[in-house]
Design a protein around this ligand. Sequence first.
Ligand SMILES: [Zn+2]
Length: 338
Amino acid sequence: MIRQAVLEYDHADDALDRLYELVSGRRAHVLRGQNGYDVVRDIYPAITDYPTTQFRGECTDAEVERLKQKDIDVLIAIGGGKLVDTAKLVAYQCNVPLIVIPTLASNCAAFTPLSVVYRKDGSYDRYDIFRVVIERVIVDPRVIARSPYEYFRAGVIDTVAKFYEARYLSGDSSIDAGVNTGLALAEQCGRLVELDLSKAAFESYSDDIRFAVDHVLAVGGAVGGFGDAGTRVAVGHAVHNALSRFASTHAFLHGDKVGFGLIVQERLRRSADASYLEAWLKRFGAPTTLETLGIGPDDIPVLVDSVMTETELQQLPAPLNRGYLKIIFENLQLSIYK
Ligand SMILES: [Zn+2]
């Protein structure tokens, strides 16, 4: 099935200035995060005309219940990925449309009709797919350029992952039109490695950055919207999930751990791109050894078991070779192997 959630995506230097016109007299309510709201208010002071509720930081069923609003016509979400995931569920359950103002370019939550839901204790519960109407995603460079660079960098890696993981699952092309379109979009995401996405470029909001932001926020989300199961996550994300069980990795962002997982995945498939990808991640400041992630040689057997359990849950084209996976982790333990 092909699914899309977004009617309009507006990435322009004055995108926020058109919010008033878009709301157009309807009763709006703002769901706001911890940091980004103040930046939006600086640029667009009229945002304070709308009542707000503060998001508590996790997308849980209890939080969705708490945030449900009566007597509103439209919900406005201002924040990062978890807030957007929560707002989509709230809008869907209240049967109102949603306007999203991302304050970070770090994920494609604004472009997908699904939410990742967590349990009360913070552990992963499930993801829900539903028919949410996102009227417009408002991407204003005045907001994005003021967000932390590290989040953008991790978002780029998670977007480049769409290419490597979709190719792992479905190869270079498919007779299914949706999967084939997803693969073409994923290939475009893979080209972000060729751009100058340095911190200096980010702060000046260069054309390369603008192009990358569109891929992180929109095109990356459309990959799964078209390709569905044929372009979902593969070994890169399975390694991410396995790494996340080690407390030492909690300080690293999602995309950084996925990047390491991609090195493992590409080595497993003996891809000619493996060393290129690894060099790019290193230049980009992402971890490329287990040592950097705080994982020692003694942890490797547990890590291997964890990845094997994770990959059983994914629809991989073939089962993984446990012995080879272990050798790859051993080789990625220290940087002396490079
Ligand atoms: Zn991801």
